[in-house]
Each structure stands twice: as C-alpha cells, then as structure tokens.
Design a protein around this ligand. Sequence first.
Ligand SMILES: [Zn+2]
Ligand SMILES: [Zn+2]
Length: 281
Amino acid sequence: MPLLGAHVSAAGGLRAAVERASVLGCEAMQLFTHNPLQWQGKSPSPAGIDAFRRAILGSGVKKVTAHASYLINLAADDYVRKHSIDAVIREIELCYQLGVDSVVLHPGSSKGGSRSEALSNLACALEEIIDRTIDKNVVILLETMAGQGDILGSSIGELESVFEAMSWNKRLGVCADLCHIFGAGTDIRSEDGYLRFVSSLERHFGLERVGCWHLSDNKGALGSNIDRHEHIGQGSIGIIPFGMLVSDERFADTPAILETPKEGVGDAGNLALLRKLAGAE
Ligand SMILES: [Zn+2]
Ligand SMILES: [Zn+2]
C-alpha cells in the first residue's frame, strides 16, 4: 500500500498542518508552505522550522511533499521566468530546512506561444534551479496536468522531453495525478486501463521516478481537459484505479495524497474508503 495521506492546510502555521495530518492518521502529507497565490510568503522562524521537524518526528507521517505556488511558470520567456526561478529556489531552500524531500511543481504554460519553446524554457529554468541548489537534495516532481489550453504536461511524452533535455537529472521526478490524467484523455477506469497507464510510466520514466500520486475523482469526462476534483468513486473515474493503486506493492513507499474536496465525506471519509479498498480496515 502506498503511504496514504492528504493535502492539509497550514493555516495557523506549518506545525498545525502536521497536527491535521496526524488526526487523519496520514502516513504522507502535502502542504503549501505559503499562500499559493502569492510569490513569497513570510519565512518561518528557526523555532517554527524546528517545531515542524519535531512534529513530523513525533507523528506517523513518513513523507512530506510541498506543493509550489500556482503563480510559477518556468516555461515563460518574460519577467515571470525570473520570479518563477527565484520562487522555486526559495521553496527548495525552505523544504531543505524543513526536511521535506520533494516539491510538486506544475510544468507551466506556453501562454499561446510555441509549446516546444516553452518546454525548452522549462528545462533550462530547471537546470538553473538545480545548479543553484546543488547542495540541497530536494526532488522536483513535475505534475501531470489535465491539458487545459496552453498548460504543459498533459502528456507523458511532453514531460519525458523535459527529462531528456535535462539528461535524466536525479533530482527530477513525476507526480502522477489520476484526476488530471483522466481529464487529459487516459482511460484508467478499468483494471486494464490502470495497468496500461502504470506500464507507460515505467516505460517512459521508470517507476522509481514516480515520487507522488495525487488522488481525486474528476467531475469532468474522459478527455474533457476538465480538472474538477471530486470525492473518490463519486466522479467520472469511479473506484477501480484507486483500489488498484492502494493495493499496488510497486508503490509501497510512494506518497498517495488526497486532493479531494474538504466538504462532504472530507479527507477522513476518503481515507477510510481507500484503506478499506486496500484491505487495511
Ligand atoms: Zn498541483
Ligand atoms: Zn487538479
């Protein structure tokens, strides 16, 4: 079974996020280290960083991942590029201090320009980021996207081209988002569909590069490019691939993070369902 967990709010401080994850019995958690709609948050104090690290050690959480700001677009070719590079570097430096070993990043947008140029901008920016944080072993996980408009990363081939351009740098990985993959047109609704998808991850990246899963059903249809999160089993995907993933021994140490709506059954209900599917409860 993967390390099951949820994206938890850091309202009230980073340590409060760990407390929320603990209450849910999470083995993994994801958080925003600051408001994701802002370029820069207030840096936590050394005491705040220490409190976070101690809270993690005292909890059942084995792996933590941070999700980078939504404003970042490393594929940009204007002033946004420099802001984005600096923002990812700050995020990596903070993750390193917090003992967080990966950061999930949206690949960015071509903003109406050439997709291939945007992808090469992305690879160059990532190279610069890795060079400038060479002594901080934090892995950057590029998230698979639902493919709306000019958003990059809706196909495995597109993400693979970035890995290729970066000579398969060890600090790059993939965050496989089941809701997005389905929105982008990969039919994972059956057991065969799930297995085919995992085989393609293996072929293109190797499974050791899959550093995180994002779990939510999708209100949108297959191939609609819609990214509207829904409780597990209550959207167009259905329960099968989630049941397959939580029983998949190949991902035993990989975080699988809920990004389902907080209302209704909430994280507790979705986690209980996933544990039941895994035969753990
Ligand atoms: Zn994301
Ligand atoms: Zn999404």
